[in-house]
Design a protein. Sequence first.
Length: 450
Amino acid sequence: MTAPGIRAGAPAEDSDDLDVEEALALVRDPKDDGTVPVPASGAPDEPHERHKATPWPRAREIAARAPRSGIRRSPVSVALSDSLGLVLATPVDALTDLPSFDTSAMDGWAVAGPGPWEVRDEGVLAGQGQPEPLTDGEAVRIATGARIPADTTAVLRTEHGRTDAQGRLHCTQEVGHGQDIRPRGQECRSGDQLLPVGTLVTPAVLGLAAAAGYDTVTAVPRPRVEVLVLGDELLTEGLPREGLIRDALGPMLPPWLRAMGAEVIAVRRLGDDARALRKALTGSDADLIVTTGGTAAGPVDHVHPTLERIGAELLVDGVKVRPGHPMLLARTKENQHLVGLPGNPLAAVSGLLTLAEPLLRTLAARPAPEPYSLPLKEAVHGHPYDTRLVPVALRGDRAAPLHYQGPAMLRGIAAADALAVVPPGGAGQGEEAELLDLPWAAAGIGVCFT
C-alpha cells in the first residue's frame, strides 16, 4: 500500500546552483499560496518535481504539529540531578515555609533590646538547633543562615558593631527592629505554588525545587531518538582515502540532538542496505528516527522506497530551503516519526533545525523560542525561490555572514552563533534577518549536552 504523499522519485541532493533558464521561466501565480512554481505560460511545470517541496516556514509548522494531540506522553518522576532541560508536568508547590525558621541574613550579633549589650561567650552557627532565648541587654555572635534566638530584636552586622574595654557591644550605626532577620515564610508559605506546569527546568528552577525540599520532579520525558547513519562511503577513523570520506554526522548528530532536549538511545551505521534499513525502521521503538543521507533519488537512496514499503505517511517531502532541499518528515507509526536528513553535513544541519527541532520541542512540551532578528553586516545573495539558511557570527548588534556555506561544508557553521534566514531573492546590507540560535550559543540550558 502506498502511503499518502509517497512518490517514486525525489529531488537530487541539493545545490545552491540553479539553472538560469529554469529560474527565468518560473513566475508565481498571484492566486497561488506560493507553494507551486509555474512557468511563464501559466501551465504547471510537470517535468520538475520541485513544486512538491514545502515552503520552509510551512515545513516547520508541519513538524511542530506532527505529534498528534490525542497522544499523551506519560509524565515521569525524575531526580533533580537528571531533570535539567525538562518541562514540569505537575506544579512545584511549597512543601514547607521558606525559610522554615527565622534566620540571620548577615554575620554579626543577634541583639535584644537597646544597647549596649553583654555578649555571650558562645555563638550561634548555621545548622545548629534552636539557641537559648535572649534577654534585654544581651547579644550573641551569629552567622548568616543561623537560627535566630527567641526574643531577638535585630541582627547587628559585624561592620556596624564594636566592643569596649569591658567587652560590651555598641552599635556604630542605628539598627532598626527586625533588621537583617529573614522571618519564617518570607519567601513562601507551605502550599504556595512556586512553579506552574509547563515550566522549563533551568539551573535556577533546580535550586528552588531543592530549597523547597524536593528530591524529584514530575516532568515530560525526553523524546527518545535513534540515529541511523546511511552510506557505504563513510569512514569512522583515519584520513579520507580511495573514494571514502570521514563520517561527520555520526559524531555530530547525537550531541546536537541532546542539546535540543532529546535522549539518544542508539546510533547505528547501516551503510546502503535497504533490507537493514527496513528492519531498523520496523523494529525501532524510538519517538523519532533520524536518518542521514539516502533521501534523494540515486541508485542507493533507499529512504523513500523503504518508507513506501512500510506504509509510512509522508508529511514533508522536500523543503524549499538551501542547503537541505531533499529533507523529509514521515509518520512511521501512530506515535513515531522519521526525519530524513540529507547526507551533506551543512544540509543535514538545515534539516535538524527545520524539521527535527520543532518536532522534538513539541514532544518535550518545551516553549518555542521567541523569534528575533538582527541587521546583516553585509549583503547575502539569495536563491530565486528557496529560503537560504546562512551561518552567521553575532557581532554586537549585527549578524556577520560567514564563508564556507556550501551544503557539504562545516567550516562556516563551526564558527557560527546562529543561522540567518534569508528569503528568496536575498537580503541587502543592513536588512533585518530572522536568526535561528545554535544550541550552544543560546543562553540557559541549551549549553547542556548530557
